[in-house]
Design a protein around this ligand. Structure first.
Ligand code: T4K
Length: 400
């Protein structure tokens, strides 16, 4: 007992001295949006004021749709008020409103929630331990007579194994939808990752690489599909006197589009800044035992939307939860994206596919993952300081 109390008080005093030495002067949050020039935004607002056109496919909305399609290298794109409604509409556009859809538990709650809101039962499938995305070798065992589609997520912007997923879907006659909330600007063999599957959803939330405050988009494969999506996001209204189906309000407004047009001008710089910061993290963390992270992948143009690390408690000396909590004392605010797994939420935990024995990799990764701060305006020195703090914490944990 005495030994334990001594270790614990030694731990506290060594932590105190580390905090005194290495605490960052200002809080560093996991992400911050890069804001466009205030004056330029006001200039865009002036036009909106003059036109008195606020929403319903305004001029800026049309311009942003065109420019985004061009930048992303896709042909058919429809803007939305947010990514969640876009994903809701994606399922409606494919007429999937019942049965089962195979998806990942290692994602933001929006992914399974849109299935629930469309009357669909999520079937959780385990993930790959290297990419954290759906493991294609585990998908087929979940396919039943009720399966309608695969809803895969490019987690942290790392592409899913799109070719394997396509092959499985093709063989079983299933739709494929990608939650590409994290995958803005990601390219696979030089082509947009958004070209795979029937539909891909993007999120433009304030925490995303490209943002309109709230916002999102669907990328689809034909103009006919885009027309259907546009109709569904506008209450199903075809003209003044015709409603052709039970649509919803999923429209983006002009103020969001104005923000997006300016954000798009600096997006390449944003990605480049993050690429540099990711490089500093990798260099600073590489030889710390018990820490691992994603590396660049051949043939993939990454967007560095997140910088997740995996913590092996035994080797590192602290658990993920201990590190997450202790870092707050140093003014470093990390996030446990995505813990807990969606399969643990009370609304899904009774599903047979939510059994931890079905999801061993996802269960482990969710316990070990931690997203470190990364955003375009973060100082390189701050990233170096974060690496130093992580290293010192590991050293001090091992010296006790
Ligand atoms: N699918 C996936 C895989 C997703 O990750 C998401 C969203 C969606 C679907 C749904 O798309 P949307 O319907 O949202 O378009 C945030 C976001 O709210 C959420 O959009 C995002 N994923 C998720 C990964 O992160 P929280 O609960 O972590 O947000 P919050 O408010 O705690 O913000 C995190 C940090 O961001 C703060 O510490 C500071 C910074 N921040 C946040 C906001 C809102 C700012 O600096 N400024 C801001 O305005 O969920």
């Amino acid at each position: 007992m005495k030994g334990k109390a001594e270790t614990s008080s030694k731990r506290l005093s060594s932590l105190d001295s580390l905090v005194q030495q290495y605490k960052l002067p200002e809080p560093v949050l996991v992400t911050r949006p890069t804001m466009p020039s205030f004056e330029e935004y006001c200039g865009r607002l002036k036009g909106i004021w003059e036109r008195r056109w606020l929403t319903n496919e305004g001029e800026l909305h049309r311009e942003l749709e065109r420019r985004l399609a061009e930048y992303l290298g896709v042909e058919h794109l429809s803007l939305f008020c947010n990514g969640t409604i876009a994903l809701m509409v994606a399922l409606q556009a494919l007429r999937i409103n019942g049965g089962e859809v195979i998806t990942t538990p290692f994602t933001f709650p929006a992914t399974p929630h849109v299935l629930y809101w469309n009357g669909i039962r999520p079937v959780f499938c385990d993930i790959d331990e290297k990419t954290f995305n759906l493991d294609p070798s585990r998908i087929e065992q979940h396919i039943s007579a009720d399966t309608k589609a695969i809803l895969a997520v490019h987690v942290y912007g790392t592409p899913c194994d799109v070719e394997a997923i396509e092959e499985i879907a093709h063989r079983h006659g299933l739709h494929v939808i990608y939650d590409a909330a994290h995958a803005f600007g990601v390219r696979h063999k030089g082509e947009s990752i958004l070209q795979y599957g029937d539909l891909s959803m993007l999120s433009f939330h304030a925490t995303k690489l490209f943002t309109t405050g709230e916002g999102g988009a669907l990328v689809c494969q034909s103009e006919a599909q885009r027309k259907r999506i546009n109709n569904l996001k506008n209450f199903g209204i075809a003209d003044e006197e015709t409603v052709i189906g039970p649509g919803i309000n999923g429209k983006m407004n002009e103020l969001q589009a104005a923000f997006g047009l300016l954000a798009l001008e600096t997006i390449e710089q944003e990605i480049e800044n993050r690429r540099r910061l990711a490089g500093i993290y990798r260099e600073g963390l590489r030889d710390i035992a018990g820490i691992s992270f994603l590396e660049d992948i051949r043939d993939i143009r990454s967007n560095y939307a997140y910088f997740p690390i995996i913590i092996d408690e035994e080797q590192f000396g602290l658990s993920r939860d201990e590190l997450h909590n202790v870092l707050k004392q140093f003014n470093i605010f990390t996030r446990k994206y995505f813990y807990p797994l969606c399969s643990h939420f009370p609304c899904y935990s009774a599903l047979p596919s939510s059994a931890p024995s079905n999801l061993p990799v996802a269960e482990r990764i969710a316990r070990q993952i931690l997203c470190l701060p990364i955003y375009g305006t973060l100082d390189e020195e701050v990233v170096q300081d974060i690496c130093t703090v992580v290293r010192k914490l590991s050293e001090s944990a091992h010296n006790l």
